[in-house]
Ligand binder design. Structure first.
Ligand SMILES: [Zn+2]
Length: 200
């Protein structure tokens, strides 16, 4: 991971999006191990880590009880809104809470959070993005990051899709890459070391 002007952005890796949660992303728990490797690497290199969370009031407009598409999830202060248990949230993490008012839905970490300014003030030019779910909050966040002028590195081994339509996740990946995100994953190199590697 390049030390210069990078930040790691972990999108919505919360209990409600993992197995046993209110709105589980299939295989969502699978992002935790690769993300922990990215987090370790970032901490070692002094790269700041940002972790976003869906942080809804109990009467949020995205809930079915309010006419929205989703079951109630990630209600502020509840167990389901906590970060996934095994996620190695580092000391000094910057937490981004979004969709915090009842009448506004946000999929993007940049929507109403001040994140772009916070990153710029920190001198960040490039974000490494991953988390849940690929075709919703990761896609919206990556598109906004690019629109805001940040370079984006997409951690392809650290995202999972809901796949309401089975191709949703793959289509979102292609869309992010076409928009300019550079796809990477952890790979074992011939010399036996594991490195963050650009993938096709
Ligand atoms: Zn939500």
């Amino acid at each position: 991971m390049d030390i210069d002007k990078s930040a790691l952005l972990v999108v919505d890796v919360q209990k409600d999006f993992c197995s046993g949660g209110a709105l589980p992303v299939p295989g969502g728990d699978g992002v935790v191990a690769p993300l922990n490797r990215y987090i370790d690497d970032a901490v070692e290199r002094g790269i700041p880590v940002y972790a976003s969370r869906d942080w809804h009031p109990a009467n949020h407009c995205s809930f079915r009880t309010k006419g929205g598409p989703w079951p109630a999830h990630c209600v502020q202060g509840t167990l389901g809104a906590e970060f996934a248990k095994e996620l190695a949230v580092p000391l000094g993490v910057h937490i981004i809470s979004k969709a915090t008012s009842s009448d506004h839905e946000s999929y993007s970490d940049f929507d109403g959070t001040g994140l772009a300014d916070r990153l710029r003030r920190g001198g960040v030019k490039r974000v490494f993005a991953g988390g849940l779910a690929t075709e919703y909050c990761v896609l919206a966040t990556v598109e906004d990051a690019l629109r805001e002028g940040f370079q984006v590195v997409l951690m392809t081994d650290a995202v999972r899709a809901i796949n309401v339509d089975p191709s949703d996740g793959e289509r979102a990946m292609q869309r992010m890459i076409r928009a300019g995100a550079v796809p990477v994953a952890w790979r074992t190199w011939p010399d036996g070391t594991r490195r963050i590697t650009v993938v096709d």
